[in-house]
Design a protein around this ligand. Structure first.
Ligand code: HAS
Ligand code: CU
Length: 566
C-alpha cells in the first residue's frame, strides 16, 4: 500500500455530536482519576508553602517534620501523582469523546485496574514519606535510601499508569478495526502517542526500581551501582517531562480551537510533532547528567545534540498555535497586523488560563535550552536555576493548562455549570498564579546564577556575604510562594463548586473538539504506522544509550561497584 496515500479525515465527523453526553460508566472512571489528582495537588501545595517558608527563614519546622521530607512530598505528590492521575483521566475523556463517544468495556476495565493500583501505590508511598522513611526527593537518587515500601508504592503507580495506557490502546485498536482506512481522530492519535512514549520510558525506571532499588533497600544486596541507577532514572526522567507537556499540547491543538471559535490549522503537522516527541524524548536523558562522572563525554555530547532536535517539535507547536489563534481572531473580525489578538476571547478562563501558560513557556523553554547547552550546564546544574526552570515549565505552562481543562471537563462530566462568577474567579486565579510563579520561578533563575544551590534547607552559611544576597532574594521568592498558595485555594474553591455546588446546566455541555480547517491536507498514512515509529524510537534509544549503559554495567564508574566485579 502506498504510504503517502491520504486517509479519510474523521475530524469533521466526530465533531457532529451536538448533544454529546458521556456514558455514566465513563464519567465515573474519569472523575475518579481527576478527583484524586485534585487531592494530590492540594497536599503537594501545602508542602510547597511550608518548605519555601522554611527555606527563607520565615518558619521553624516542628521537630517531627523536616525540610527534605516536605520537599519529597511536594515533588512526589505534584510531579508524579497529580500529573499522572490528571493526565490519564483527561486522555480517557478525549479518547471516549472522539472514538465513537464512549470507551470500550476493555478500556474501562483497564482504566479501573490502573486506578486502584495507582491509588494503592500513592497511599503506600505517602505513608513512608510522612513517617520520614523515604526522604529521598522525587528523583530518589541512590545512594540515598528509602524504605522498600516507598519504591514498591511508586512501582505500583507506574504499573497502574500502564493499565491506563492499555485501556487507551484497547479503545484505539477497537476503533481502528471498525473504521478501516480512516485516520484516527487527532485527540486519540495524540493520546496513543503520549502513552507509547510513557510506556517506553517508564519501563526503564521500573527496571531501576525492581532490579536495583528494591533488592538493595530490602538488604538482599549490599551495594548499588549508583551511576547506572541514575542513568536508568533519566532514561525515563526526560521523557517524563514530555509526558506532562504533551497533554497540554493536546489541549492547545485540539480543544482550544473549538473554544475560541477557530479551526485546527492542520491535521498532519500536529501528528508529526507528536511522532517527533516519540522519537526524540528518550535518547536525551544524559542532559541531566552532564556533570556526572563515569559517562564518556562523547555520549553526553551526542545527547545534547539530540536535545536540540527535541526542541523542534515545540517550535513547530509555537508556530501552529499562533496560526490557529490568528485564524480564529480573523474569523471573529480582527483586522490589520495585530487586530486579531484583540478579538480572542480573553475573558474566557478556559482560554485565558491556558494562554498564560503558553506565554510563560517562551522564557521557560529558552531556559531549557540554556540547561541543555553543555558548557552552560556547569553554571546552572544543581542550582536554583533548575528549580526555576521546572516551575515555569511544569508548574506554570502545564498546570495552568490543566486548570483550564478542568473548567470545562468537570461540567461536561457532571452537568454543572462553570458560572460567570466562577469564570471571573478563575481569571483572577490565573493572574495570581502567573504573578506568583514569575516572582518565584523567575527569581530562582537569577539567584541560581548567583550560585544558590537547589535542594537545600535554610542556612546562613555562617553569615557568608554571598549567601546573604541569596537570602534577600528568597524573601521575594517566598512572597511568590504565598501568592501561589492563595491561588491554589482559589482553584480548590472553584473545583469544589464545580464538583458539588454549581447549578446544574439546562442543556448538555459539549466537549470541545476542534474541527480541522477544510483546506488542510489529509494526514499521510505513514504517520499512523505505530510499529514503524516504535521501531525507530527503540533504534534511536539504542544508539544513544546502549554503549554508555554497557560501560556502566561492565566496568562501573570510579567509586561504584559494577554488576560484574573486575
Ligand atoms: Fe527541562 C531539567 C532541558 C522543557 C521539566 N526540566 C528539568 C527538570 C524538570 C524539567 C522537572 O538540558 C528538573 C529535573 C530534576 O529534578 O533534576 N527542558 C529542557 C529543554 C526543554 C525543556 C531543552 N523541562 C521542559 C518541560 C518541562 C521540563 C516542558 C516540564 C513540563 N531541563 C532541561 C535540562 C535539564 C532540565 C538540560 C537538566 C538541568 C540540570 O542540570 O539538572 C525544551 O523542551 C524546551 C522547548 C520549548 C520551547 C518553547 C516553545 C514555546 C511555545 C509557546 C509559544 C507561544 C506563542 C505565543 C507563539 C523552545 C510552544 C502565543 C501568542 C498569543 C497571542 C497567546
Ligand atoms: Cu530533560
Amino acid at each position: 500500500m502506498n504510504t503517502n496515500e491520504a486517509l479519510v479525515n474523521t475530524e469533521q465527523k466526530t465533531n457532529a455530536f451536538t448533544d454529546f453526553k458521556f456514558d455514566k460508566k465513563d464519567t465515573n472512571l474519569i472523575l475518579a482519576y481527576i478527583i484524586v489528582s485534585f487531592i494530590a495537588v492540594f497536599l503537594g501545595a501545602v508542602a510547597g508553602l511550608l518548605q519555601i517558608m522554611q527555606r527563607s527563614g520565615w518558619l521553624v519546622l516542628p521537630s517531627w517534620l523536616n525540610y527534605y521530607q516536605l520537599l519529597t512530598a511536594h515533588g512526589v505528590l505534584l510531579a508524579l501523582i497529580f500529573t499522572t492521575f490528571f493526565i490519564v483521566g483527561y486522555l480517557f475523556s478525549g479518547v471516549a469523546r472522539t472514538l465513537d463517544g464512549k470507551l470500550t468495556s476493555a478500556a474501562r476495565a483497564n482504566g479501573w485496574i490502573g486506578f486502584y493500583l495507582m491509588v494503592l501505590g500513592t497511599i503506600i508511598a505517602t505513608i513512608t514519606i510522612l513517617t520520614n522513611d523515604a526522604t529521598v526527593l522525587y528523583t530518589f537518587y541512590a545512594p540515598m535510601k528509602a524504605s522498600p515500601w516507598f519504591y514498591i508504592g511508586l512501582a505500583l503507580v507506574v504499573v497502574g499508569s500502564w493499565f491506563g495506557g492499555f485501556g487507551i490502546f484497547a479503545a484505539y485498536i477497537s476503533w481502528r478495526k471498525h473504521h478501516k482506512n480512516q485516520s484516527s481522530p487527532l485527540f486519540a492519535f495524540m493520546a496513543v502517542a503520549t502513552m507509547i512514549l510513557w510506556l517506553h520510558a517508564s519501563l526503564f525506571v521500573a527496571i531501576e526500581v525492581v532490579f536495583q532499588l528494591i533488592p538493595w533497600s530490602f538488604g538482599w544486596v549490599d551495594r548499588i551501582n549508583v551511576s547506572l541507577s541514575r542513568t536508568l532514572f533519566w532514561y525515563f526522567g526526560h521523557a517524563l517531562v514530555y509526558f506532562w507537556l504533551l497533554p497540554a499540547y493536546i489541549y492547545w491543538y485540539v480543544n482550544i480551537p473549538q473554544i475560541i471559535g477557530g479551526k485546527i490549522f492542520s491535521n498532519s503537522l500536529p501528528r508529526l510533532t507528536f511522532i517527533l516527541f516519540v522519537l526524540f524524548s528518550i535518547p536525551v536523558g544524559l542532559h541531566h547528567q552532564l556533570n556526572e562522572p563515569g559517562i564518556e563525554s562523547f555520549w553526553k555530547f551526542l545527547q545534547v545534540v539530540l536535545t536540540m532536535m527535541v526542541v523542534i517539535p515545540s517550535l513547530m507547536t509555537a508556530f501552529s498555535i499562533l496560526a490557529t489563534f490568528e485564524l480564529a481572531g480573523r474569523t471573529r473580525g480582527g483586522k490589520g497586523l495585530f487586530g486579531w489578538i484583540k478579538k480572542l476571547p480573553w475573558k474566557d478562563a478556559r482560554f485565558f488560563t491556558a494562554v498564560m501558560g503558553i506565554l510563560i513557556f517562551i522564557p521557560a523553554g529558552a531556559g531549557g535550552i540554556v540547561n541543555a547547552s553543555y558548557q552552560l550546564n556547569q553554571m546552572v546544574h544543581n542550582t536554583w536555576f533548575i528549580t526555576g526552570h521546572f516551575h515555569l515549565t511544569l508548574a506554570s505552562t502545564v498546570i495552568l493548562t490543566f486548570f483550564a481543562i478542568s473548567y470545562w471537563l468537570i461540567p461536561v462530566l457532571n452537568g454543572r455549570t462553570f458560572t460567570k462568577a466562577l469564570n471571573k474567579l478563575a481569571i483572577v486565579q490565573a493572574v495570581l498564579w502567573s504573578i506568583g510563579m514569575l516572582l518565584m520561578g523567575g527569581l530562582m533563575h537569577i539567584v541560581g546564577l548567583l550560585g544558590a544551590p537547589r535542594r537545600t534547607s535554610f542556612s546562613t552559611y555562617g553569615d557568608n556575604e554571598l549567601a546573604a544576597t541569596w537570602l534577600s532574594y528568597s524573601q521575594v521568592i517566598a512572597v511568590g510562594g504565598v501568592i501561589l498558595f492563595i491561588a491554589m485555594l482559589l482553584v480548590l474553591y472553584i473545583w469544589v463548586n464545580l464538583l458539588f455546588f454549581a447549578p446544574k446546566a439546562e442543556q448538555t455541555i459539549d466537549y470541545p473538539i476542534g474541527v480541522v480547517n477544510e483546506q488542510a491536507e489529509h494526514p499521510p498514512r505513514i504517520l499512523e504506522r505505530w510499529t514503524f515509529w516504535i521501531g525507530v524510537s527503540i533504534a534511536l534509544s539504542l544508539v544513544a544509550y546502549l554503549i554508555p549503559i554497557y560501560q556502566l554495567i561492565m566496568y562501573g564508574p570510579p567509586g561504584s561497584l559494577p554488576f560484574r566485579s573486575w
